[in-house]
Design a protein around this ligand. Structure first.
Ligand code: ADP
Ligand code: CP
Length: 314
Protein backbone atom coordinates (compact mmCIF):
# COMPACT_ATOMS: atom_id res chain seq x y z
CA UNK A 1 0.00 0.00 0.00
CA UNK A 2 1.26 3.48 -0.82
CA UNK A 3 2.53 5.36 2.22
CA UNK A 4 3.48 8.90 3.12
CA UNK A 5 7.14 8.70 4.07
CA UNK A 6 9.39 11.40 5.49
CA UNK A 7 12.94 10.51 4.52
CA UNK A 8 15.81 12.04 6.49
CA UNK A 9 19.19 11.88 4.74
CA UNK A 10 22.38 12.13 6.76
CA UNK A 11 24.78 14.96 6.07
CA UNK A 12 27.61 12.44 6.57
CA UNK A 13 26.08 10.26 3.87
CA UNK A 14 26.30 13.20 1.43
CA UNK A 15 29.77 14.29 2.54
CA UNK A 16 31.30 11.02 3.69
CA UNK A 17 33.99 10.79 6.37
CA UNK A 18 37.23 9.97 4.57
CA UNK A 19 36.25 11.90 1.45
CA UNK A 20 37.48 15.45 0.84
CA UNK A 21 33.95 16.67 0.26
CA UNK A 22 34.47 18.06 -3.24
CA UNK A 23 31.42 19.16 -5.23
CA UNK A 24 31.85 16.09 -7.46
CA UNK A 25 31.97 13.72 -4.49
CA UNK A 26 28.92 15.23 -2.83
CA UNK A 27 26.95 15.27 -6.08
CA UNK A 28 27.85 11.62 -6.69
CA UNK A 29 26.70 10.65 -3.17
CA UNK A 30 23.44 12.55 -3.65
CA UNK A 31 22.91 10.87 -7.03
CA UNK A 32 23.29 7.42 -5.48
CA UNK A 33 20.86 8.41 -2.75
CA UNK A 34 18.25 9.71 -5.14
CA UNK A 35 18.35 6.42 -7.06
CA UNK A 36 17.06 4.79 -3.88
CA UNK A 37 14.38 7.43 -3.42
CA UNK A 38 13.17 6.95 -7.00
CA UNK A 39 12.65 3.25 -6.26
CA UNK A 40 10.23 4.23 -3.51
CA UNK A 41 8.49 6.82 -5.68
CA UNK A 42 8.05 4.17 -8.40
CA UNK A 43 6.22 2.03 -5.86
CA UNK A 44 3.73 4.85 -5.42
CA UNK A 45 4.92 6.18 -2.06
CA UNK A 46 4.63 9.90 -1.35
CA UNK A 47 8.04 11.17 -0.24
CA UNK A 48 8.95 14.27 1.76
CA UNK A 49 12.70 14.76 2.10
CA UNK A 50 14.84 16.36 4.74
CA UNK A 51 18.62 16.24 5.05
CA UNK A 52 21.50 16.87 7.38
CA UNK A 53 24.18 19.52 6.95
CA UNK A 54 26.73 18.85 9.69
CA UNK A 55 29.77 18.39 7.45
CA UNK A 56 28.69 21.10 5.00
CA UNK A 57 27.84 23.83 7.52
CA UNK A 58 31.13 23.21 9.33
CA UNK A 59 33.00 23.51 6.04
CA UNK A 60 31.22 26.79 5.25
CA UNK A 61 32.27 28.10 8.69
CA UNK A 62 35.91 27.30 7.86
CA UNK A 63 35.53 29.10 4.50
CA UNK A 64 34.03 32.13 6.29
CA UNK A 65 36.98 32.32 8.61
CA UNK A 66 39.55 31.77 5.87
CA UNK A 67 38.16 34.68 3.84
CA UNK A 68 37.37 37.01 6.73
CA UNK A 69 40.23 39.40 5.92
CA UNK A 70 38.58 40.06 2.55
CA UNK A 71 34.82 39.74 3.12
CA UNK A 72 32.79 39.70 6.34
CA UNK A 73 31.93 36.25 7.67
CA UNK A 74 28.25 35.27 7.92
CA UNK A 75 26.58 34.04 11.09
CA UNK A 76 25.90 30.34 11.70
CA UNK A 77 22.16 30.60 10.95
CA UNK A 78 22.97 32.18 7.58
CA UNK A 79 25.57 29.47 6.90
CA UNK A 80 22.81 26.94 7.68
CA UNK A 81 20.53 28.61 5.15
CA UNK A 82 23.33 28.34 2.58
CA UNK A 83 23.46 24.58 3.11
CA UNK A 84 19.71 24.32 2.44
CA UNK A 85 20.34 25.88 -0.96
CA UNK A 86 23.48 23.87 -1.70
CA UNK A 87 22.14 20.44 -0.72
CA UNK A 88 18.60 21.21 -1.88
CA UNK A 89 19.97 22.08 -5.30
CA UNK A 90 21.90 18.80 -5.52
CA UNK A 91 18.82 16.81 -4.50
CA UNK A 92 16.50 18.73 -6.85
CA UNK A 93 18.70 18.19 -9.86
CA UNK A 94 19.73 14.60 -9.11
CA UNK A 95 16.26 13.39 -8.14
CA UNK A 96 14.71 15.27 -11.07
CA UNK A 97 17.16 13.63 -13.49
CA UNK A 98 16.64 10.15 -12.02
CA UNK A 99 12.85 10.52 -12.26
CA UNK A 100 13.15 11.71 -15.84
CA UNK A 101 15.09 8.54 -16.71
CA UNK A 102 12.24 6.50 -15.20
CA UNK A 103 9.55 8.47 -17.01
CA UNK A 104 8.21 10.02 -13.80
CA UNK A 105 6.95 13.53 -14.34
CA UNK A 106 7.28 15.27 -10.98
CA UNK A 107 8.99 18.46 -9.83
CA UNK A 108 11.26 18.60 -6.78
CA UNK A 109 11.28 21.84 -4.78
CA UNK A 110 13.47 22.84 -1.84
CA UNK A 111 12.03 25.26 0.64
CA UNK A 112 14.20 27.54 2.75
CA UNK A 113 12.76 26.55 6.11
CA UNK A 114 12.94 28.26 9.51
CA UNK A 115 12.50 26.11 12.59
CA UNK A 116 11.48 27.57 15.94
CA UNK A 117 13.64 26.92 19.01
CA UNK A 118 13.55 28.18 22.60
CA UNK A 119 16.05 30.96 23.29
CA UNK A 120 16.53 29.47 26.79
CA UNK A 121 17.30 25.98 25.48
CA UNK A 122 20.13 24.55 27.60
CA UNK A 123 21.94 23.58 24.37
CA UNK A 124 23.14 27.18 24.04
CA UNK A 125 25.25 26.59 27.17
CA UNK A 126 26.21 23.06 26.21
CA UNK A 127 27.26 22.66 22.53
CA UNK A 128 27.00 19.02 21.43
CA UNK A 129 26.32 18.95 17.67
CA UNK A 130 29.39 17.93 15.62
CA UNK A 131 29.94 19.94 12.44
CA UNK A 132 32.56 20.08 9.72
CA UNK A 133 35.36 17.68 8.83
CA UNK A 134 37.04 15.22 11.16
CA UNK A 135 40.46 16.24 12.51
CA UNK A 136 43.05 14.67 14.79
CA UNK A 137 43.23 15.34 18.51
CA UNK A 138 46.16 17.73 18.14
CA UNK A 139 44.20 20.06 15.83
CA UNK A 140 41.14 19.85 18.11
CA UNK A 141 43.17 20.81 21.19
CA UNK A 142 44.76 23.72 19.30
CA UNK A 143 41.35 25.11 18.27
CA UNK A 144 40.01 24.72 21.80
CA UNK A 145 42.99 26.57 23.25
CA UNK A 146 43.39 29.29 20.62
CA UNK A 147 39.76 29.97 19.70
CA UNK A 148 37.86 28.85 22.80
CA UNK A 149 35.84 26.39 20.66
CA UNK A 150 34.40 23.12 21.93
CA UNK A 151 35.48 19.91 20.15
CA UNK A 152 34.61 16.27 20.82
CA UNK A 153 35.67 12.84 19.63
CA UNK A 154 32.83 11.76 17.28
CA UNK A 155 31.84 8.07 17.48
CA UNK A 156 35.39 6.78 16.97
CA UNK A 157 35.81 8.65 13.67
CA UNK A 158 37.98 11.60 14.74
CA UNK A 159 37.58 15.01 16.39
CA UNK A 160 34.96 17.57 15.34
CA UNK A 161 33.93 21.02 16.40
CA UNK A 162 30.58 21.11 18.23
CA UNK A 163 27.93 23.85 18.23
CA UNK A 164 24.64 24.32 20.14
CA UNK A 165 21.79 22.13 18.93
CA UNK A 166 18.48 23.23 20.47
CA UNK A 167 15.28 21.20 20.33
CA UNK A 168 12.99 22.03 17.35
CA UNK A 169 9.55 23.22 18.43
CA UNK A 170 7.79 23.96 15.15
CA UNK A 171 8.24 24.79 11.49
CA UNK A 172 7.49 28.36 10.40
CA UNK A 173 6.70 27.43 6.77
CA UNK A 174 4.69 24.28 7.56
CA UNK A 175 1.52 25.39 5.70
CA UNK A 176 3.53 26.02 2.55
CA UNK A 177 5.16 22.59 2.87
CA UNK A 178 1.77 20.89 3.24
CA UNK A 179 0.31 22.78 0.27
CA UNK A 180 3.26 21.81 -1.93
CA UNK A 181 2.99 18.15 -0.88
CA UNK A 182 -0.77 18.16 -1.49
CA UNK A 183 -0.21 19.70 -4.91
CA UNK A 184 2.00 16.73 -5.85
CA UNK A 185 5.46 18.29 -5.56
CA UNK A 186 8.30 16.37 -4.00
CA UNK A 187 9.38 18.70 -1.22
CA UNK A 188 12.79 19.05 0.37
CA UNK A 189 12.22 20.91 3.64
CA UNK A 190 13.79 21.67 6.97
CA UNK A 191 17.25 20.95 5.58
CA UNK A 192 20.04 20.85 8.13
CA UNK A 193 17.34 20.65 10.79
CA UNK A 194 16.02 24.02 9.61
CA UNK A 195 17.37 27.51 10.20
CA UNK A 196 17.04 28.03 13.96
CA UNK A 197 14.91 31.04 14.88
CA UNK A 198 13.39 32.35 18.11
CA UNK A 199 10.04 34.11 18.45
CA UNK A 200 10.22 37.67 19.72
CA UNK A 201 7.62 39.26 22.01
CA UNK A 202 5.87 40.85 19.02
CA UNK A 203 5.66 37.53 17.17
CA UNK A 204 8.49 38.22 14.75
CA UNK A 205 11.39 35.81 14.24
CA UNK A 206 15.13 36.24 14.67
CA UNK A 207 17.82 33.73 13.67
CA UNK A 208 20.08 32.26 16.34
CA UNK A 209 23.51 30.65 16.01
CA UNK A 210 22.98 26.92 16.26
CA UNK A 211 22.52 23.80 14.15
CA UNK A 212 19.34 21.83 14.82
CA UNK A 213 19.57 18.08 14.61
CA UNK A 214 17.95 17.00 11.33
CA UNK A 215 16.61 13.76 12.84
CA UNK A 216 14.76 15.68 15.53
CA UNK A 217 13.51 18.26 13.03
CA UNK A 218 12.66 15.46 10.57
CA UNK A 219 10.47 13.92 13.25
CA UNK A 220 8.62 17.20 13.72
CA UNK A 221 8.21 17.45 9.94
CA UNK A 222 6.96 13.85 9.72
CA UNK A 223 4.33 14.49 12.38
CA UNK A 224 3.25 17.79 10.83
CA UNK A 225 2.74 16.27 7.37
CA UNK A 226 0.99 13.23 8.91
CA UNK A 227 3.53 10.78 7.56
CA UNK A 228 2.92 7.07 8.07
CA UNK A 229 6.62 6.31 8.22
CA UNK A 230 9.74 8.18 9.32
CA UNK A 231 12.75 6.79 7.49
CA UNK A 232 16.19 7.87 8.67
CA UNK A 233 18.90 6.93 6.17
CA UNK A 234 22.52 7.02 7.23
CA UNK A 235 25.89 5.33 6.68
CA UNK A 236 25.32 2.25 8.86
CA UNK A 237 22.73 -0.47 8.08
CA UNK A 238 21.39 -0.80 11.64
CA UNK A 239 21.31 0.90 15.01
CA UNK A 240 23.19 -1.43 17.32
CA UNK A 241 23.51 -2.10 21.00
CA UNK A 242 27.01 -2.37 22.42
CA UNK A 243 28.12 -0.53 19.27
CA UNK A 244 31.80 -0.84 18.40
CA UNK A 245 32.44 -3.62 20.94
CA UNK A 246 32.82 -7.37 20.39
CA UNK A 247 29.27 -7.68 21.82
CA UNK A 248 27.75 -5.43 19.15
CA UNK A 249 24.28 -6.59 18.16
CA UNK A 250 22.45 -5.01 15.24
CA UNK A 251 18.81 -4.27 16.01
CA UNK A 252 16.25 -5.44 13.48
CA UNK A 253 12.53 -5.27 14.28
CA UNK A 254 12.20 -3.73 17.73
CA UNK A 255 9.12 -2.84 19.76
CA UNK A 256 8.88 0.70 21.10
CA UNK A 257 9.29 -0.21 24.78
CA UNK A 258 12.37 -2.31 24.05
CA UNK A 259 13.96 0.54 22.06
CA UNK A 260 13.19 2.96 24.88
CA UNK A 261 15.01 0.64 27.28
CA UNK A 262 18.09 0.48 25.05
CA UNK A 263 18.02 4.26 24.69
CA UNK A 264 17.84 4.71 28.48
CA UNK A 265 20.76 2.28 28.85
CA UNK A 266 22.88 4.67 26.74
CA UNK A 267 23.60 2.48 23.70
CA UNK A 268 23.31 5.30 21.16
CA UNK A 269 25.87 8.10 21.02
CA UNK A 270 24.81 11.75 21.43
CA UNK A 271 25.25 13.74 18.23
CA UNK A 272 25.10 10.68 15.94
CA UNK A 273 22.87 7.61 16.53
CA UNK A 274 21.32 9.05 19.72
CA UNK A 275 19.10 11.67 18.03
CA UNK A 276 18.04 9.16 15.35
CA UNK A 277 16.77 6.70 17.92
CA UNK A 278 15.21 9.49 19.96
CA UNK A 279 13.38 10.78 16.86
CA UNK A 280 12.25 7.26 15.91
CA UNK A 281 10.90 6.64 19.43
CA UNK A 282 9.03 9.98 19.50
CA UNK A 283 7.48 9.39 16.08
CA UNK A 284 6.11 5.94 16.99
CA UNK A 285 5.08 7.11 20.46
CA UNK A 286 3.03 9.89 18.86
CA UNK A 287 1.11 7.54 16.59
CA UNK A 288 3.45 6.85 13.66
CA UNK A 289 3.08 3.45 12.01
CA UNK A 290 6.80 2.73 12.14
CA UNK A 291 10.20 4.38 12.12
CA UNK A 292 13.14 2.98 10.18
CA UNK A 293 16.86 3.57 10.65
CA UNK A 294 18.77 2.06 7.72
CA UNK A 295 21.59 2.65 5.29
CA UNK A 296 21.00 4.62 2.13
CA UNK A 297 21.69 1.60 -0.04
CA UNK A 298 18.98 -0.40 1.71
CA UNK A 299 16.14 2.16 1.65
CA UNK A 300 13.58 0.13 -0.30
CA UNK A 301 14.68 -3.17 1.24
CA UNK A 302 14.29 -1.63 4.68
CA UNK A 303 10.79 -0.50 3.80
CA UNK A 304 9.63 -3.74 2.23
CA UNK A 305 11.71 -6.40 3.99
CA UNK A 306 12.74 -4.78 7.26
CA UNK A 307 16.41 -4.60 6.23
CA UNK A 308 17.30 -2.04 8.86
CA UNK A 309 16.25 -1.17 12.38
CA UNK A 310 12.46 -0.97 12.35
CA UNK A 311 10.74 0.44 15.42
CA UNK A 312 7.09 -0.50 15.76
CA UNK A 313 4.44 0.20 18.41
CA UNK A 314 4.13 -2.33 21.28
N1 ADP B 1 24.66 2.40 18.68
C1 ADP B 1 25.04 2.73 17.44
N2 ADP B 1 24.67 1.98 16.38
C2 ADP B 1 25.07 2.28 15.12
N3 ADP B 1 25.81 3.40 14.83
C3 ADP B 1 26.19 4.20 15.84
C4 ADP B 1 25.83 3.91 17.19
N4 ADP B 1 26.33 4.89 18.00
C5 ADP B 1 26.98 5.74 17.20
N5 ADP B 1 26.90 5.35 15.90
C6 ADP B 1 27.49 6.12 14.80
O1 ADP B 1 26.44 6.87 14.20
C7 ADP B 1 26.87 7.21 12.88
C8 ADP B 1 25.68 7.77 12.11
O2 ADP B 1 25.37 9.03 12.64
P1 ADP B 1 25.80 10.39 11.90
O3 ADP B 1 27.24 10.34 11.55
O4 ADP B 1 25.28 11.54 12.69
O5 ADP B 1 25.02 10.19 10.55
P2 ADP B 1 24.27 11.11 9.54
O6 ADP B 1 25.19 12.21 9.15
O7 ADP B 1 23.99 10.12 8.46
O8 ADP B 1 23.02 11.61 10.21
C9 ADP B 1 27.44 5.89 12.39
O9 ADP B 1 28.36 6.08 11.34
C10 ADP B 1 28.10 5.33 13.65
O10 ADP B 1 29.48 5.60 13.64
N1 CP C 1 21.83 19.14 11.00
C1 CP C 1 22.20 17.81 11.11
O1 CP C 1 21.69 17.07 11.96
O2 CP C 1 23.17 17.36 10.25
P1 CP C 1 23.84 15.92 10.16
O3 CP C 1 22.76 14.93 9.89
O4 CP C 1 24.79 16.06 9.04
O5 CP C 1 24.54 15.65 11.47
Amino acid sequence: MAKVITVALGGNAINKPGQKGTAEEQFENVRNTTKQIVKMIKKGHKIIITHGNGPQVGSILIQQEAGSDQVPPMTLDICGSQTQGQIGYMIQQSLGNEMKKEGINKTVVSLVTQVIVDRNDEAFQNPRKPVGPFFDEEHAKKMMKEKGETWIEDAGRGWRKVVPSPIPKGIVEIEAIKSLVDAGFIVVASGGGGIPVVINEDGTYTGVEAVIDKDRAGEVLAEEVNADILMILTDVPYAAINYGTPEQKNLEKVKLSEMKRYFAEGHFKAGSMGPKVEAAIKFVENGGEKAIIASLENALEALENDKGTVIIPD
